[in-house]
Design a binder for this molecule. Structure first.
Ligand code: NAD
Ligand code: UDP
Length: 313
């Protein structure tokens, strides 16, 4: 049995990770300040004897004896991370410093949740880990992108300087049950609009692409990455290479929900990446043949069922 700290554990991805690690017989400490996470995401775990909940903000130091740390605390959707951009950057940078400091002190292994946003609006497609990215350092997305890039740098420097055992997961767009219906991300927005027969708003012409992975595939990848040998460091892309344009995604969701919704176009958002698809060669090789198992259609159907129940439809 390991004692595992999950920051951002009451959020979408964190709650699935808490659930899975408890199921595997570990003790889980879930730390969250509830900015974008909810107790309802983890309420079903609260009676578990090896589950502990801590209300705390990662920009302040936190001390506990643990074996592993998954540092997920950070708002992840553009409307949430742009709401208070200074706080977002503090969360990424000071949160990483505090968690890396804790890992150093108690000799824990730490996994940092990084993002495909470190590639910005990529000029290389698909994106391998060796690509340094094309990020605007002074735009509306910079607080998130640069904060995550700095967190990666901090991980590497704590490793070089203090021998902290670190793992960096570059997570590509992930979706599934418990994604907040109010986060403005494309999956939650399109599915809830389609279920309510409201218009689906596409920002720009809809030719921009993304590659969506189902949350269970990500959780499997994160756990395998944490389990890699201590000498294995450096970023690893975790995503599903099944790429789709935002226009095709809107059409697919309307079809799967049998919705009467129409599509409307709104102005393109600043610095919105035009294309994104992970090169997962490294993940497949180093994570014991990990690869995404849930297709887009399967994952969408499970997510649609979740939102139907949530909206009581
Ligand atoms: P989420 O918003 O559902 O979860 C983030 C959690 O962190 C929330 O519970 C929130 O309350 C908590 N949090 C935020 N600031 C905090 C702070 N200062 N102190 C303590 N807790 C804080 O988002 P998510 O989609 O579950 O994302 C989890 C992590 O994965 C984030 O680090 C995000 O950057 C990363 N990520 C997610 C995606 C994706 O597609 N979902 C893609 C790339 C990276
Ligand atoms: N998008 C859209 N309508 C929405 C929400 C998002 O057209 O209601 C677009 C957005 O401009 C981007 C893509 O969908 O091109 C993915 O957006 P999301 O915020 O989900 O993820 P990210 O841009 O962070 O990858």
């Amino acid at each position: 049995m390991k004692r595992v700290l999950i920051t951002g554990g009451a959020g979408f991805i964190g709650s699935h990770l808490c659930e899975r690690l408890l199921k595997e017989g570990n003790e889980v400490i879930c730390l969250d300040n509830y900015f974008t996470g909810y107790k309802s995401n983890i309420v079903h775990l609260m009676n578990h004897p090896y589950f502990e909940l801590v209300r705390h903000d990662v920009i302040m130091p936190y001390f506990c004896e643990v074996d592993e740390i998954y540092n997920l605390a950070c708002p992840a959707s553009p409307i949430h991370y742009q709401y208070n951009p200074i706080k977002t950057i503090k969360t990424s940078v000071m949160g990483a410093i505090n968690m890396l400091g804790l890992a150093k002190r108690v000799k824990a292994k730490i996994l940092q949740a990084s993002t495909s946003e470190v590639y910005g609006d990529p000029m290389v497609h698909p994106q391998p880990e060796s690509y340094w990215g094309n990020v605007n350092p002074v735009g509306r997305r910079s607080n998130y992108d640069e904060g995550k890039r700095c967190a990666e740098t901090l991980c590497m420097d704590y490793h070089y300087q203090n021998k902290v055992r670190i793992k960096i997961a570059r997570i590509f767009n992930t979706y599934g049950p418990r994604m907040s219906q109010f986060d403005g991300r494309v999956m939650s927005s399109f599915i809830t609009s389609a279920l309510e027969n409201k218009e689906l708003a596409i920002y720009g012409d809809g030719k921009q692409s993304r590659s969506f992975q189902y949350v269970d595939d990500l959780v499997e990848g994160l756990i395998r990455l944490m389990g890699t040998a201590d000498e294995f460091t450096g970023p690893v892309n975790i995503g599903n290479p099944e790429e789709i344009s935002i226009m095709s995604l809107a059409e697919k969701i309307i079809c799967l929900t049998q919705s009467k919704s129409k599509i409307k176009h709104q102005p393109k958002k600043d610095d919105d990446p035009m294309q994104r698809r992970p090169d997962i060669t490294l993940a497949m090789k180093s994570l014991n043949n990990w690869h995404p198992r849930v297709s887009l259609d399967e994952g969408l159907n499970m997510t649609i069922t979740y939102y139907k129940n949530l909206l009581k439809l």
